[in-house]
Design a protein around this ligand. Structure first.
Ligand SMILES: [Fe+2]
Length: 203
């Protein structure tokens, strides 16, 4: 397949997930994200290989999620290491790599939305944080012990997890986890902050 077709197939697979979220939960922002992904704007060019490339591929290969194989086929076209809030994350907490697919700064332009992919390394914990934006994560591959407010439990592949504005959230994983994320509402980056985390205090 041409690289354009590989990338479009991956974006269409992600758009399908957002379309389902929009219908199931009556979230127009989810449907708008799906439409923006299908409009395109992401150049189908080989991207620099991220240091987690092999681990991401292994998780996708083993995942039963409907979008996993399309993402695996387009992995070399995904712009990893493009975390919009990377500047405010201390080095010791960078247990992840993030891809930004959409936002006010692009690469797919959307003034009031951000979305992308998130990979977190095996045996790691990303502590409590919050932000102004509403957020939805969808688990695409791997395992996770997820904290969303007072709700802390393991999540399965395919689950959608919604964080309303300023709900504290944190993620643990044993074997690594791959997810997609979306911000809506007030998508400013300045409000992103880490919070006191009882899980760290008791560690
Ligand atoms: Fe978040």
């Amino acid at each position: 397949m041409l690289e354009r077709e590989l990338l479009d197939a991956a974006l269409a697979a992600l758009a399908n997930i957002y379309r389902a979220e929009g219908v199931t939960f009556q979230r127009p922002e989810a449907e708008a994200t799906g439409e923006a992904l299908l409009r395109g704007g992401l150049v189908p060019a080989q991207q620099p290989q991220c240091s987690d490339d092999a681990a991401i591929r292994a998780l996708l290969l083993a995942s039963p999620h409907p979008a996993a194989q399309a993402l695996l086929a387009a992995q070399h076209l995904i712009p990893w290491d493009t975390n919009p809030v990377g500047d405010v994350v201390p080095e010791e907490l960078k247990v992840y790599t993030v891809s930004t697919l959409m936002g006010p700064e692009g690469p797919i332009y959307a003034p009031n939305l951000r979305c992308g992919l998130y990979y977190q390394r095996p045996g790691s914990y990303y502590p409590l944080h919050d932000h102004d934006a509403d957020e939805t994560y969808v688990i695409l591959a791997g395992d996770t012990l997820w904290t969303a407010g007072d709700d802390r439990r393991e999540r399965e592949i395919g689950e959608m997890i919604h964080h309303p504005s300023h709900m504290p959230h944190a993620f643990g994983t044993q074997g690594g986890v791959l997810a997609m994320w979306r911000w809506s509402g007030d998508v400013n980056l300045e409000s992103y902050r880490f919070l006191p985390d009882p899980a760290l205090a008791s560690a």
